[in-house]
Design a protein around this ligand. Structure first.
Ligand SMILES: Nc1ncnc2c1ncn2[C@@H]1O[C@H](COP(=O)(O)OP(=O)(O)OP(=O)(O)O)[C@@H](O)[C@H]1O
Ligand SMILES: C[C@@](O)(CCOP(=O)(O)OP(=O)(O)O)CC(=O)O
Length: 392
């Protein structure tokens, strides 16, 4: 139970995996990107952040506990989120003196990710989206997810897209103050209900080069990057929106794979080069290419963020072929338990292409496209404003 002076709100928020990648900033303080991007929000039944925000006049500082460990909140990213949300609350309080002065209190955040943090599974996206949504709910802000995306963006660029479900564009904008660099929904998850995603978790370890530092090294040193941002991505954004709206999987797949490959090409074109893909990632690419070859068309699409994990998008109708092939190489790993699909490939499938998958994949996550943040009554904070899990 919360003490009379404590206000509490809780939410869950999803991970998103981009199919047109954000890579590069023109303003590192405001997280303004050098190109627009587009992502797919994954179902919170499988991957989610759960965050509770609380405020009270008894709190002496802003605090954040992630998976029950206290975190440093003095960084510019967390500070920007706290400051901007408090400013919005202050506006409401100025307009309505009857409202409690929550903007004058410090905030405690308790958050749990049900998947590995900082391992290339977009924890910062789900994490900052949940933080912003939970505080916005705590403050009863009337602002839309697009309005809030301007704030989440300052926590982590990709987080702005996790305020929506389905298919989400982050429009880069042109204003120097970032006011038009925001997320908008392209389509709800229900628009394309047959879309699925399989994640081959190659490494759940912390990655070597963070997205934040990697992308700035690319901006500073890669010539290829400039071509990508100026000439390639704008056309791809338009084509990807069309593919999503028309549920055209072949175009969606071609664009997704080309964009992942180009993102990793600009990483390789960075000085010193950045290698996020490893032999296991490359074997996953070959297996997907082989699936598509035997199918005679693109029925599966791979994409990789700043790490070796492979995300494969496919449609439900092709589940037997796509998952059958992936399972053939990874049958013993966690994640297949609930799946009926047989570990088999059709005649003519060159099974040698994926041998390295056998050793390198530690877990599979089978999921689908899902909705945006969801309010929940399940609080992670105890009456003292500390993680409930620690007071048990
Ligand atoms: N639930 C959360 N609440 C608040 N902040 C979080 C949460 N989860 C992660 N973060 C922040 O995000 C950081 C991890 O971000 P990072 O970009 O390194 O990894 P990632 O998002 O898992 O990988 P990628 O962005 O490449 O997919 C954490 O160190 C923490 O600061
Ligand atoms: C490869 C990516 O996943 C990069 C994500 O970068 P972040 O959003 O983690 O970077 P910061 O804005 O510095 O926090 C591509 C994408 O999600 O679009």
């Amino acid at each position: 139970m919360s003490s009379p002076q404590m206000y509490v709100a809780s939410t869950t928020a999803p991970v998103n995996i981009a199919v047109i990648k954000y890579w590069g900033k023109c303003d590192t303080k405001l997280n303004l990107p050098t190109n627009s991007s587009l992502s797919v929000t994954l179902s919170q039944s499988d991957l989610r952040t759960h965050t509770t925000a609380a405020c009270s006049p008894t709190f002496t500082e802003n605090r954040l506990y992630l998976n029950n460990e206290p975190q440093d909140v003095s960084g510019a990213r967390q500070q920007a989120c706290f400051r901007e949300l408090k400013a919005l609350r202050k506006k409401l309080e100025d307009a309505d003196p009857a409202l409690p002065k929550l903007s004058e209190h410090n905030v405690h955040i308790v958050s749990e990710n049900n998947f590995p943090t900082a391992a290339g599974l977009a924890s910062s996206a789900a994490g900052f989206a949940a933080l912003v949504r939970a505080i916005a709910d705590l403050y009863e802000l009337p602002d839309s997810p697009t309005d809030l995306s301007r704030i989440a963006r300052q926590g982590s660029g990709s987080a702005c897209r996790s305020l929506f479900g389905g298919y989400v564009a982050w429009e880069m904008g042109a204003a120097a103050d970032g006011s038009d660099s925001l997320a908008v929904q392209v389509a709800e998850a229900s628009h394309w209900p047959t879309m699925r995603a399989a994640i081959l978790v190659v490494s759940a370890a912390k990655k070597g080069v963070s997205s934040t530092s990697g992308m700035q090294a690319t901006v500073a040193t890669s010539e290829l990057f400039e071509h990508r941002a100026k000439h390639v991505v704008p056309k791809r954004m338009a084509a990807m929106k069309k593919a999503v709206l028309e549920r055209d999987f072949e175009s969606f797949a071609a664009l997704t794979m080309a964009d992942s490959n180009q993102f990793h090409a600009v990483c390789l074109d960075t000085m010193p080069p950045i290698f996020y893909l490893n032999d296991v990632s490359r074997a996953s690419i070959r297996v997907v290419e082989e699936i598509n070859r035997v199918a005679g068309r693109a029925v599966a699409a791979y994409t990789f963020d700043a790490g070796p994990n492979c995300v494969v998008y496919y449609e439900e109708a092709n589940e037997a072929l796509v998952l059958g092939a992936l399972r053939r190489y990874t049958a013993g790993v966690a994640g297949w338990e609930a799946q009926e699909v047989a570990a088999s490939v059709p005649e003519g499938f060159d099974v040698h292409v994926g041998e390295s998958l056998r050793e390198g994949v530690g877990r599979v996550i089978l999921t689908s496209v899902g909705g945006g943040p969801v309010k929940t009554g399940e609080s992670l904070i105890d009456a003292q404003g500390l993680p409930r899990a620690l007071s048990k």
